[in-house]
Design a protein around this ligand. Structure first.
Ligand SMILES: NC(=O)c1ccc[n+]([C@@H]2O[C@H](COP(=O)([O-])OP(=O)(O)OC[C@H]3O[C@@H](n4cnc5c(N)ncnc54)[C@H](OP(=O)(O)O)[C@@H]3O)[C@@H](O)[C@H]2O)c1
Length: 261
């Protein structure tokens, strides 16, 4: 689809991949609206990029999604692209007895349910546009899990599945459904991890390179965008699934050694 002249809403656009996508789409001549939870991050970005539109909104909160829809469609009735990018990723030791039942599901609420709710809310509006797109940002870990981030991996596998169903269900509309599955990318998302957690893994991709792949893929109507090591994980996860899990399991030993029960 075209990559200029759109009106694009990017959830989680104040950092990392979302911020780089926002800046790049702005340069390409699009109207770009970004969301995030943290007002300070939104203010900083607005100062740096005055042409960007920023709205504080929590993608894991259904009431906030309803309010976001009202605001965005009133202020930007030409909205035709939704990029579901907001995401969180934590290390979680399932044998650790701390934490509660609400906390354990945060990645599902944000990365999976948040996207499903955004799609449900914005779909009627997107269907009215002459050309429209939904881009769901999954991960290479959608294809094979990283066992020290079990809930994150499950959220992305779920989002990969949802995106395939969505694409089929929208086949009689003008909406193109893209999946962007990044490999490990240098962004603040990695701050929760130690160097030992990713030792021996593939090198991290620069965020501008990832966004080059994303924009090229969208322009070419490549619905499944799997740059770098994500493509390897996609193949390995299907051809040699046990090996793929074993390769990503080394950091579990250190995690188990620190278990608090
Ligand atoms: N970096 C990687 O290696 C990698 C690899 C594969 C996939 N991905 C995916 O790429 C996406 C972007 O990640 P990133 O690496 O760019 O991470 P990041 O730098 O941490 O950025 C995450 C963005 O999401 C926002 N966010 C988080 N929770 C939110 C919520 N509930 N509501 C609204 N905004 C929320 C954050 O802002 P606030 O904190 O202010 O809300 C921030 O703008 C995520 O879906 C991630 O899973 C990343």
């Amino acid at each position: 689809m075209k990559v200029s002249g759109n009106t694009i809403l990017i959830t989680g656009g104040t950092s990392g991949i979302g911020e780089e996508l926002a800046k790049r789409f702005l340069t390409l001549g699009n109207t770009v609206i970004v969301t995030g939870r943290d007002a300070a991050k939104l203010d900083r970005l607005k100062k740096e990029q005055p042409a960007l539109h920023t709205i504080q909104s929590d993608a894991s909160d259904p009431t906030a999604i309803e309010a976001l829809y009202e605001t965005v469609t009133r202020r930007f009735p030409k909205l035709n692209v939704l990029i579901n990018n907001a995401g969180i990723m934590r290390k979680i030791n399932l044998q650790d007895n701390s934490g509660d039942l609400k906390d354990i599901g945060l990645e599902i609420e944000t990365n999976l349910l948040g996207v499903i709710r955004m799609v449900k809310q914005f779909l009627p509006h997107l269907k009215q546009q002459s050309e429209a797109g939904i881009v769901n940002v999954t991960s290479g870990l959608a294809f094979s899990p990283f066992p020290i981030s079990p809930v994150y991996s499950a959220s992305k596998a779920g989002l990969h599945s949802f995106t395939q169903s969505l694409r089929v269900q929208l086949k009689n509309t003008r909406i193109k459904v893209f999946e962007l599955a990044p490999p490990a990318v240098e962004t603040p998302l990695a701050n929760a991890f130690d160097a030992s957690d990713t030792k021996g893994g593939p090198p991290m991709m620069k965020v501008d390179k990832l966004v080059d792949h994303a924009i090229k893929g969208i322009r070419r109507d490549q619905l499944q965008i799997m740059p770098g090591f994500s493509r390897v994980l996609n193949l390995l996860g299907r051809a040699l699934p046990k090996l793929a899990v074993r390769m990503a399991s080394a950091p579990v030993d250190a995690m188990l050694a620190q278990t608090k029960s």
